[in-house]
Design a protein around this ligand. Structure first.
Ligand SMILES: Cc1cc2nc3c(=O)[nH]c(=O)nc-3n(C[C@H](O)[C@H](O)[C@H](O)COP(=O)(O)OP(=O)(O)OC[C@H]3O[C@@H](n4cnc5c(N)ncnc54)[C@H](O)[C@@H]3O)c2cc1C
Length: 451
C-alpha cells in the first residue's frame, strides 16, 4: 500500500486543490493519504488572538470535512514533516508552493531533509491564479507597476478549477494537542471552506453589482470580506475569477484580485521588501524613534482623537479586519502624521488581521508610505477629516466603532472638537494638528529627495 502526505498550510480546503489531487493520484487505488498540519512557532508565535482563532477554526472545519483525520503536530517543520514521513513510510510529501520569503526558505530546508532520506517534497500549484514569478515583461524582467502587470497577467491566463478528489482513504495517525484559540478573540467571520463559499455566494448574489460604486464606503459593507478565506486558502482565487463576467463592477473586482497577485509577485522577486523600502530612493526617510511609544500605543488603541482612524483601529482589534480605505487612512496617519516607521504599523496589522498576508500587507503599507511600487506619492497626504466626510458622509462607520460619538451630529462627526455643543465626553482631543504634521511630513520628504 502506498501512503502519501498532503501537508496543509495556506490551502485549507478540499475543492480545487491541485496538490491534494496529486497526492491522491500518487497514493493510487488502495493507498492512503496523511492530512498533516504543522504548528510552526515562527508563524504561530507572533499571531494575535484573532489570527490564531480564525486559523484554528479553519483547521477544525477541515478536520470535520475529512472525518476527523487531520493530523496536527508541533515544531520545526523540517523535523516534523520528516518524522511523519518516516512514521508512515511515505516517499512523497505534497504541498501547495509557498512563494513568500519565509515559506520558500522553509520549504527548501524541508526538501533537503527529506532528500537525505530519499523522499521528495512535491510542490504543486500556488495560492494564486498565476504563480508568482511567471509573469515577466518583454525583457524577461519582473513588473514594477501594476497596470502592465495586470495586462500581462490577464493574457497569461490560468488553469480551470479542479473538483474535489473522489473517494480516498485518509490515514489515521495520532495528533499532538490541538492549538487553542485565545478567549480574547473578537467577533470573527465563520471559518472554513463551506463558510467561504457561503460568503462568496452572498457577495456574488447582489453586492458585487454595486462593487465599483460602493467599495470605498466603509459604512456600506459593500466589499466581499473574502480576504481571510483567500489568505488561508479556504477557496482559491481561480474559483472566484471563473465566476466573473464582463460588467464594470466585475472588472473592478477582478483587478482587486489582481493586486493580490501583483504584490505576491513583487515580494517573490524582492524578498527584502518585507522590511526594506522597495524604492531605494525613499529609504532612510527620517522617522521618529525616541519617546514614540505613547503615540504608537494611542494609534493601536484607537484613541488618536481622529474618528475615522480610531474607528479603523478598533475594528481591527475587534474583528481582525479593517476596510481597505480605512487601512490606507490609518497607515497614512501613522507614517505622515505621527512620523513613525511603517514597519511598526505593518507588524501590528499582521498580529491582528485574520487576512494578514505578508505580501499584501507589507506592500499595502509601502504604497501608503510612498516607498513601494506604484506608490502613492509621498506628498499626497490623506486628511483624516475630509476623507471621513467623503467616504463616510453620515458617520455610519465611525459611530459603529466609536460609541463616544453617538450624540455628535453628522456635521461634526469627523471633527468633534469643532462641535459648538462641546467635545464628546470620554473621547480624546486630536493628538496632533494635522495641518502642522503635514508640513513636517513634506519637510522630511524634501530632505529625502534632496539627498
Ligand atoms: C496598509 C494596508 C494593509 C493591507 N494588508 C492586507 C493584508 O494583510 N492582507 C490582505 O489580504 N489585504 C491587505 N490589504 C489590501 C486590502 O485592504 C484588503 O485585501 C481588503 O480590505 C480585504 O477586504 P475584502 O476581502 O472585503 O476586499 P474586496 O474589496 O472584496 O477585494 C477582493 C479581494 O481582492 C484582494 N485585494 C483587494 N484590494 C487589495 C489590495 N489593495 N492589495 C492586495 N489585495 C487586494 C483581496 O484578496 C480581497 O479579498 C492591505 C491594504 C492596505 C492599504
Amino acid at each position: 500500500m502506498t501512503t502519501t502526505i498532503i501537508w496543509f498550510r495556506r490551502d485549507l480546503r478540499l475543492v480545487d486543490h491541485p496538490a491534494l489531487t496529486e497526492a491522491v493520484q500518487a497514493a493510487g487505488p488502495g493507498g492512503e493519504v496523511v492530512a498533516l498540519f504543522c504548528v510552526d512557532d515562527h508563524l504561530w508565535g507572533p499571531a494575535g488572538a484573532n489570527r490564531r482563532a480564525f486559523l484554528v477554526g479553519c483547521l477544525r472545519a477541515l478536520d470535520e470535512s475529512i472525518g476527523g483525520r487531520l493530523v496536527v503536530r508541533w515544531g520545526d517543520p523540517a523535523a516534523v514533516v520528516a518524522s511523519v514521513a518516516a512514521e508512515v513510510g511515505a516517499r512523497e510529501v505534497f504541498v501547495t508552493g509557498d512563494f513568500a520569503p519565509y515559506g520558500a526558505l522553509r520549504d527548501e530546508r524541508v526538501a533537503a531533509v527529506l532528500r537525505e532520506a530519499d523522499r521528495t517534497l512535491v510542490r504543486v500549484g500556488s495560492p494564486y491564479a498565476v504563480a508568482p514569478g511567471s509573469v515577466l515583461n518583454g525583457s524577461g524582467l519582473p513588473y514594477k507597476v501594476f497596470t502592465p502587470f495586470f495586462k500581462a497577467w490577464m493574457s497569461h491566463g490560468w488553469a480551470e478549477a479542479l473538483p474535489a478528489p473522489g473517494a480516498l482513504q485518509w490515514a489515521a495517525l495520532s495528533s499532538e494537542q490541538w492549538p487553542v484559540a485565545a478567549a480574547s478573540a473578537g467577533h470573527l467571520p465563520e471559518p472554513g471552506e463551506a463558510a467561504a463559499w457561503a460568503r462568496a455566494n452572498r457577495f456574488y448574489g447582489e453586492p458585487l453589482a454595486a462593487y465599483d460604486e460602493q467599495r470605498n464606503h466603509p459604512g456600506a459593507e459593500a466589499t466581499s470580506g473574502l480576504a481571510p478565506y483567500l489568505k488561508w486558502g479556504c477557496l482559491h482565487p481561480r474559483q472566484l475569477l471563473a465566476e466573473l463576467g464582463s460588467s464594470r463592477a466585475e472588472a473592478v473586482f477582478r483587478s482587486e484580485l489582481g493586486w493580490r497577485e501583483f504584490y505576491a509577485d513583487v515580494l517573490h522577486h524582492r524578498p527584502d521588501t518585507v522590511r526594506s523600502a522597495f524604492n531605494p530612493a525613499m529609504a532612510g526617510m527620517e522617522v521618529d524613534v525616541v519617546d514614540t511609544d505613547g503615540l504608537f500605543q494611542a494609534w493601536c488603541d484607537g484613541r488618536t482623537g481622529f474618528p475615522i482612524v480610531d474607528a479603523g483601529m478598533r475594528q481591527l482589534v475587534a474583528e481582525g479586519f479593517m476596510h481597505n480605505r480605512v487601512r490606507m487612512l490609518v497607515a497614512s496617519f501613522l507614517v505622515k502624521d505621527l512620523h513613525l516607521d511603517w514597519t511598526r504599523g505593518a507588524r501590528f496589522f499582521m498580529e491582528h488581521l485574520t487576512d494578514g498576508d505578508v505580501a499584501s500587507n507589507q506592500h499595502g503599507w509601502q504604497w501608503v508610505a510612498g516607498t513601494g511600487t506604484d506608490a502613492s506619492p509621498y506628498f499626497r497626504i490623506f486628511n483624516p477629516v475630509t476623507q471621513g466626510e467623503r467616504f463616510d458622509p453620515g458617520g455610519v462607520y465611525v459611530r459603529r466603532w466609536v460609541p463616544e460619538l453617538a450624540a455628535v451630529g453628522d456635521r461634526y462627526v469627523h471633527h468633534p472638537w469643532d462641535d459648538p455643543a462641546g467635545a464628546p465626553p470620554g473621547y480624546p482631543a486630536p493628538m496632533v494638528d494635522h495641518a502642522e504634521e503635514r508640513v513636517e511630513a513634506l519637510r522630511r520628504y524634501a530632505v529625502t529627495r534632496g539627498r
